[in-house]
Design a protein around this ligand. Structure first.
Ligand code: GTP
Length: 382
């Protein structure tokens, strides 16, 4: 057994790369346009196979070669026209950028021509009418599918009547009637299924919207405090961890502060719980408008708030909170109780690189305790 095997053949990556590039050129890189072009090319493949079969019919003497050439040319021109319309982006200007309705009408017209020229092979074209509509029903509205069905039946009915009169040997009237009834039944079914599909799509759309709303609501409940709309405790912990991580990677330092409303129990006891709630909301609202917009304030629980102050140089951490204190000293936070003023105590600490976030919170808590013990309505930095 050789210990060293020959190097494996070069991976097919370059081939895949060039295929990818080619498909980008042919189908564009725009997802929506790509989908339109892929459907067009798939539908064209079905029609190309039909024309190839006709060519076989011509070689076997069942169909006139001249007719096949004409139909083939017509097919090429139609496909090229739709390809250019989509590839150039012209379709974006249309009400239906997929051009499904126009493509389906063109396809049914072409197949009607095939039906008329394919002599003994013509019953085979019947299934293609149905196939084209199946393609269309995924992208067309129900009314459009119904219009195409009606158009197909009128067109094919006319072709059948004409061919039954001009070539009764290959298009016997009785057989044509049977084919027509069969085609009408199948197209009717497709039209019915398309209505059902539309209903399903509508339900899916409604469910998707409901799910998105529910997700947004869950997200809101999971991360926000219901009363004040501020980030909740879990959210604040996540943000603290994130900032600590950033700090560990060389990011700037930040301050953490605990803020607690003074004698808040008295507000509740004197004016009622609703005024207490209003006070909490007003405090949250004022804090958000007065502090820097990079500062983050969250409700820690009860009448306690946690502040995260990123990019705060030592020596200036309390500027914002004192601005808030000054604002609240003159502001009637609750219109029902104009004499009510909000006062608070605050404890600040600088996050020290590498320490667990809980340690910084504990220090801020101690600073808060000191400011309470020192007479409240003040700030202590530890
Ligand atoms: N209205 C209202 N009150 C709340 C809410 N959460 C907690 N509280 C009340 O906040 C009060 C907190 O009371 P204490 O812990 O004694 O604090 P305090 O009265 O502010 O006293 P100090 O902090 O020492 O100044 C309690 O009466 C709680 O019921 C809330 O969401 N709404």
């Amino acid at each position: 057994m050789p210990t060293h095997l020959a190097a494996p053949a070069a991976p097919a990556a370059p081939a895949r790369y060039w295929l990818g590039r080619l498909s980008d050129v042919v189908l564009t890189t725009d997802d929506k346009q790509r989908r339109c072009l892929t459907v067009l090319l798939l539908a064209s493949l079905v029609k190309a196979i039909s024309v190839a079969l006709l060519a076989f019919g011509a070689m076997s003497g069942m169909v006139r070669a001249h007719d096949v050439t004409m139909v083939g040319l017509l097919l090429l021109v139609t496909i090229a026209g739709f390809y250019v319309a989509i590839r150039s982006g012209w379709n974006r200007r249309c009400a239906d950028p997929t051009l499904s309705f126009a493509q389906t009408i063109a396809a049914q017209t072409l197949i009607a021509a095939v039906y008329a020229i394919s002599g003994p092979m013509h019953p085979a074209a019947l299934s293609v009418f149905a196939l084209v509509l199946v393609f269309g029903m995924f992208s067309m509205r129900v009314e459009a599918v119904r219009t195409v069905c009606l158009y197909t039946l009128v067109l094919v009915g006319s072709v059948m009547a004409w061919r039954a009169r001009t070539d009764p040997h290959l298009y016997p009237a009785r057989l044509e009637i049977i084919y027509f009834v069969l085609l009408a039944t199948v197209l009717g079914m497709i039209s019915h299924l398309s209505a059902q599909l539309m209903g399903m799509r509508q339900r899916l759309k409604t469910q998707k919207a409901a799910l998105e709303n529910a997700l947004a609501r869950i997200q809101q409940i999971a991360t926000r405090d219901e009363l004040t709309g501020l980030p909740n405790r879990r959210n604040m912990m996540d943000q603290l961890h994130e900032h600590a991580l950033r700090r560990a990677r060389g990011g700037s330092s930040f301050y953490v502060a605990m803020v607690d409303l003074d004698h808040f129990k008295e507000v509740n006891d004197t004016y009622g719980h609703a005024v207490g709630d209003d006070t909490l909301r007003a405090f949250a609202c004022q804090a958000q408008s007065v502090l820097r917009n990079t500062d983050i304030i969250g409700r820690w629980g009860g009448e306690e708030f946690l502040l995260l102050l990123p990019e705060t140089p030592p020596g200036e951490p309390t500027v914002g909170i004192e601005r808030l204190r000054a604002r609240l000293a003159t502001l009637a936070v609750c219109p029902a109780v104009p004499e009510l003023r909000v006062r608070f105590s605050a404890g600040f600490t600088r996050y020290r690189e590498g320490e667990p976030v809980d340690l910084a919170i504990e220090r801020a808590d101690r600073a808060l305790y000191e400011s309470k013990a020192g007479g409240r309505n003040r700030t202590v930095v530890l």
